[in-house]
Write a protein that binds this ligand. Structure first.
Ligand code: GDP
Length: 370
């Protein structure tokens, strides 16, 4: 499954946030086959539709789908020069599908900025630059390594793929040299395929997380640090989520009712962990389909663009192998007509075959050979 890696300079609140994520974590009994890795925090994806579906089916069990965050270890500074743990930092980022970049946006004189800094002023842009520069330098090294070789093949052999790759490299190199991430570049569909094969770090989708003071989280739009982060993120067409890691740590201890009450008291509609989970889900192009019966109503994650057999494979590989068809209705139709039977009578229950491309909110029942 896809995962988002949490990165950030020391002392920005990563561990506080990651602790909150693991404590808010998914109910283990529902996911017996989940892998246990101390660097991975698995959370349930909040989805109000599950409860609405459950009201119709009255199932014994309601199971949300999950999402995994990875805590990225290693040292940021000097990483691109291959210094010790820095290598590990880059290697760990290479393995994740998206980057959650935590940026300090709270003042607290008791919390030092990274050791070795001259001042203790909070400076989100400087923090963002420090990390992004290491990633940009690492990418520049990868690009330069291929550049000369691919240029030669493109010139001498006139190989079509080499020419295409060289054109992409020519587009990326000056942007990186200018200190910008490769995600700022517009690529067409063919170029995107080439870019994918380069395995760069600065093309990974990123979500900037402004970690603000617990006193200000309900009024984040007026925080100057947040404005700076938003302005920068816009240049990368990246999203920003505002949280207070310290509050998340506190909320993680509460039960659902207490949590709701507490959030309301500080002017929030949902927890930062929930907000982050939905944002990361969106960032990775993920969507949800449902299965529903008397025993269980359950949400499943699929990647947008997947076809029905692959969606069946999310549940079990046997379902994909033996796929025959999927009896499908939309969540909206279920709500509109009130039951599966009524949806069928309205002629809105569909039999979808192997070429059907899934939509968010599809309710599916797979028919397969064993
Ligand atoms: P990391 O090095 O990025 O993992 O940072 P930590 O999570 O260890 O946090 C560094 C320090 O900042 C700790 O003392 C935290 O309690 C504090 N901290 C984290 N988030 C907040 C916050 O939202 N508000 C305040 N005031 N302090 C925070």
């Amino acid at each position: 499954s896809l995962t988002a890696g949490i990165v950030g300079l020391p002392n920005v609140g990563k561990s506080t946030l990651f602790n909150a994520i693991t404590r808010a974590g998914a109910e283990a009994a529902n996911y017996p086959f989940a892998t246990i890795d101390p660097n991975v925090g698995m959370v349930e994806v909040p989805d109000a539709r599950l409860d609405s579906i459950a009201k119709i089916y009255n199932p014994k069990k309601i199971v949300p789908t999950t999402f995994e965050f990875t805590d990225i270890a290693g040292i940021v500074k000097g990483a691109s020069r291959g210094e010790g743990l820095g290598n590990k930092f880059l290697a760990n980022i290479r393995e994740v599908d998206a980057i959650i970049h935590v940026v300090r946006a709270f003042d607290d004189e008791n919390v030092m900025r990274e050791a070795g800094r001259e001042s203790n002023f909070v400076d989100p842009m400087d923090d963002i630059d420090t990390i992004n520069l290491e990633l940009i330098l690492a990418d520049l090294e990868s690009v330069n390594k291929r550049y000369t070789r691919v240029e030669k093949v493109a010139r001498t052999v006139k190989d079509k793929d080499a020419i295409a790759e060289f054109n992409v490299l020519k587009k990326i190199k000056p942007v990186l040299e200018d200190g910008k991430s490769a995600r700022t570049i517009e690529f067409d569909e063919d170029e995107k395929k080439v870019v994918k094969g380069l395995f760069l770090l600065t093309t990974k989708p990123v979500l900037y997380v402004a970690n603000v003071s617990e006193d200000e989280v309900g009024d984040a739009d007026n925080i100057e640090y947040v404005k700076q982060i938003r302005d920068f993120a816009a240049t990368e067409k990246a999203e920003v989520a505002v949280i207070s890691a310290r509050i998340e740590e506190e909320i993680a201890e509460l039960d659902d009712d207490e949590k709701k009450e507490f959030l309301e008291s500080i002017g929030l509609e949902e927890s930062g962990v929930d907000l982050l989970t939905r944002a990361a889900y969106h960032l990775l192009g993920l969507a949800t389909f449902f299965t529903a019966g008397e025993k269980e109503v359950r949400a499943w994650t699929f990647k947008q663009g997947m076809k029905a057999p692959q969606m069946a494979g999310v549940i079990h590989s046997d379902f994909e192998r033996g796929f025959i068809r999927a009896v499908t209705m939309s969540y909206d139709d279920l709500m509109k007509y009130g039951s599966e039977k009524a949806v069928r009578e309205a002629g809105r229950l569909r039999e979808e075959g192997k070429d059907y491309v899934g939509k968010d909110g599809d309710m599916m029942e797979f028919r397969f050979n064993v």
